[in-house]
Design a protein around this ligand. Structure first.
Ligand code: TXA
Ligand code: MG
Length: 351
């Protein structure tokens, strides 16, 4: 199959509409289209068509028990696919939709088990991206979309990332340029008595608590205890992983830099290609290996935005081992560290 890449160009509205319409036609006919959202690129299919959802699993090589998120563009469409929307969820929708928040509800029969990995709940998100919204509306209102990477690779934040994983496996990629956020949405489960965060993201627990009060964190997210399974099936897989080994170094900045300089020198002496993830503030102080700045500590959003791109760049440069600073920055830091710890298989050196 040939993969067509259609570029969305600012100011060329008529042409853009044509491109989105032809993408929507593919989806209405049961096919797959990758499209930009504000978090990461998604791989979309008609969420109410079981055969279409099944194609997503095949294209990504995704385990069939890992449910998909259904994307909507209009609030009225939510009630048609879920049994009940609790008051807290309505509050969050009002405050954060469209946006990087996914909520889980008991599903109605109209949503096929192929879309929900066999579960009787469904995850729903209203993305805040004009291309995503136009595509969802033109395709009939419901697009099932996981991140548009092949299973196990870092999520795509550029159309080029989608192409490098899925070229030849899907008919179309809508190229809307670089995404804004760069980490997958926050997931809150409303099928439980007390709402529970299943995946941290740009919308933080504090922001949610301010709206609805009581909130739990999935015990499976607590890093130290690997015996408790996370409730979101996707969170249990080794995920977001670069091909290189990734090791985080945590501590006072000066010590971190010294340690990373020593470790990269040793790695290179033993014949390995080494990479370093620093920041705009620190990267001038690294002396060995391929050094990249992930962003600036004065704006943590930049760190989230560049993480997956940098991991993919190191893969392309055939790096064997990456040493990275750690980023427990106050707000989106929890989500950044959640992804980095997974990519690192929890390898952290404390200095
Ligand atoms: O930002 C995002 O959420 C992106 C963009 C494309 O919207 N999508 C995304 O999808 O990250 P995916 O498939 O890569 O991650 C969805 C996560 C998985 O961990 C999955 O197990 C979980 O959501 N999930 C989906 N439905 C669920 C359900 N009914 N119960 C529990 N977990 C669910
Ligand atoms: Mg994913």
């Amino acid at each position: 199959m040939q993969t067509v890449i259609e570029k969305i160009i600012e100011g060329e509205e008529t042409q853009n509409q044509h491109k989105i319409e032809s993408a929507a036609k593919i989806i209405r006919e049961g096919g797959l289209v990758a499209f930009p959202t504000e978090t990461v690129y998604g791989l979309g299919a008609d969420a109410l068509n079981p055969a279409a959802s099944a194609r997503i699993y095949k294209a990504k090589g995704r385990p069939s028990d890992n449910p998909l998120i259904v994307h909507i563009a209009d609030m009225d469409d939510l009630d048609k696919i879920v049994v009940c929307v609790p008051a807290g969820a309505r509050k969050l929708a009002k405050r954060f939709w469209p946006g990087p928040l996914t909520m889980i509800f008991e599903k109605r029969g109209i949503v096929p088990g192929e879309t929900t990995g066999g579960l009787d709940t469904v995850a729903v998100r209203m993305p805040d991206h004009p291309v995503a919204q136009a595509l969802i509306r033109a395709a009939g209102g419901y697009i099932a979309a996981p991140s548009a990477n092949s299973s196990g690779r870092p999520s795509p934040t550029l159309a080029e990332h989608v192409a490098s994983d899925l070229d030849g496996r899907i008919p179309m990629i809508l190229d809307g340029g670089a995404v804004g956020i760069g980490l997958e949405s926050t997931i809150v489960d409303f099928s439980e008595e007390i709402p529970m965060v299943l995946r941290p993201g740009y919308i933080t627990p504090d922001m949610i608590q301010n709206e609805i009060g009581e909130l739990r964190m999935d015990p499976g997210l607590v890093e130290e205890d690997s015996t408790i399974r996370p409730k979101a099936p996707g969170m249990k897989y080794k995920h977001y992983a670069p091909k290189a080994e990734l090791i985080l170094v945590n501590g006072a900045q000066k010590k971190v830099q010294q340690t990373i300089n020593n470790l990269t020198r040793e790695a290179i002496e033993s014949g390995k290609t080494a990479g370093v993830i620093g920041t705009d503030e620190s990267y001038g102080g690294y002396r060995y290996g391929i050094v990249k700045s992930i962003g600036t500590r004065s704006d943590e959003d930049t760190i989230a935005r560049h993480l997956y791109r940098i991991l993919r760049e190191f893969d392309q440069q055939n790096v064997d081992i990456i040493y990275s600073e750690s980023f427990s920055t106050p707000r989106i830091g929890q989500a950044i560290m959640n992804r980095m710890l997974k990519a690192a298989g929890r390898q952290v050196i404390e200095v």
